[in-house]
Design a protein around this ligand. Structure first.
Ligand code: PDD
Length: 280
């Protein structure tokens, strides 16, 4: 159980932590967020997530009311206060509080919320060894999903549909039938040629921080990477498939739309990359 949250400069008892009812994050989804994994007290890919946060804020023209560099010590303090060494950190920054009106308010101070929650890595490992089942669905999100905003309704609806259909998650496909990404993960395959393939960066996917770390690790392991969209059919015919994110790290996909990927088991390259991520 989390005991403390950070809200606008204060470490507050979790049950008493509050934001205003006219916060623009609540009323308009006028906000950005980041998620980090903490393992053995270390914030994984800390700098990458901070840089992306700064970019997201810039795209929305939200000015951070404190130095970006002060966020890491605040997160560290929050983890300690909650006695969490292994867990997830959620940070959200909204444009702030103002009477509801669409234009940006002139004098609002951004709201900053940070929460942490424990994570059991042993349980996660056991789960990852089974891999996940994916269904594909049309990508109905807005055209700037490279910005990590809290507008996640299409992601939530699609994920719930996937669960209702007996899968664990969803991969979105664009108007050309090419996979963009997952509901909250980047999508990868080990293609028929034996190369790692994932969509290139652009406005139609989130530039995953785990994605770029895995890319660097794969290069060190002499794996060839192709940054090119792949179709649903190519995914189904791939040797392996997997997702990357701060919550899934590297998790194998063993089934897509009811069809087994490779021999239907967790692939060896996905296993190697997951291990490499934790050892990195
Ligand atoms: N999601 N694509 C989407 C749409 C995401 O929401 C995420 C992360 C990623 C992977 O990004 P990263 O490797 O930086 O975590 C890709 C977070 C974990 C979430 O929404 O909970």
């Amino acid at each position: 159980m989390s005991r403390y949250a950070y809200v606008n400069g204060n470490f507050t008892r979790f049950n008493q932590a509050k934001v205003h009812i006219e916060d623009r994050g609540l009323q308009f989804g006028d906000s950005v967020y980041e998620v980090w994994a903490a393992k053995d007290g270390v914030l994984l890919d800390d700098i990458g997530h901070l840089h992306r946060l700064s970019r997201s804020l810039g795209m929305l023209r939200i000015e951070l009311p404190l130095p970006l560099g002060s966020l890491k010590p605040i997160i560290g303090n929050l983890l300690r206060l909650n006695r969490v060494k292994n867990g997830l950190v959620y940070l959200q920054i909204t444009r702030g509080v103002a009477p509801r009106d669409h234009p940006f308010p002139k004098n609002a101070t951004p709201t900053i919320i940070i929460t942490v929650r424990p994570k059991n890595y042993a349980q996660l490992e056991a789960k990852a060894q089974k891999g996940i089942k994916i269904v594909t669905k049309k990508d109905l999100r807005w055209k700037r999903v490279d910005i990590k905003t809290t507008n996640l309704l299409p992601n939530l609806l699609a994920k719930q549909e996937a669960i209702d259909e007996g899968a664990e998650d969803v991969w979105f496909f664009d108007d050309n039938g090419k996979i963009t990404e997952g509901s909250a993960q980047n999508a990868w395959i080990l293609n028929k040629e034996g190369n790692l393939q994932t969509r290139g960066l652009g406005e139609d996917i989130l530039g995953g921080i785990t994605r770029s770390t895995i890319m660097a690790l794969a290069k060190k392991l002499n794996l060839k990477i192709v940054e090119k969209p792949f179709s649903v059919q190519e995914a189904i015919e791939a040797r392996e498939a997997f997702v990357t994110s701060a919550t899934s790290f590297v998790t194998a996909v063993v089934e897509i739309d009811g069809r087994p990927i490779g021999n239907g088991n967790v692939g060896s390259v996905a296993t190697i990359l997951r291990k490499a991520y934790f050892e990195n």
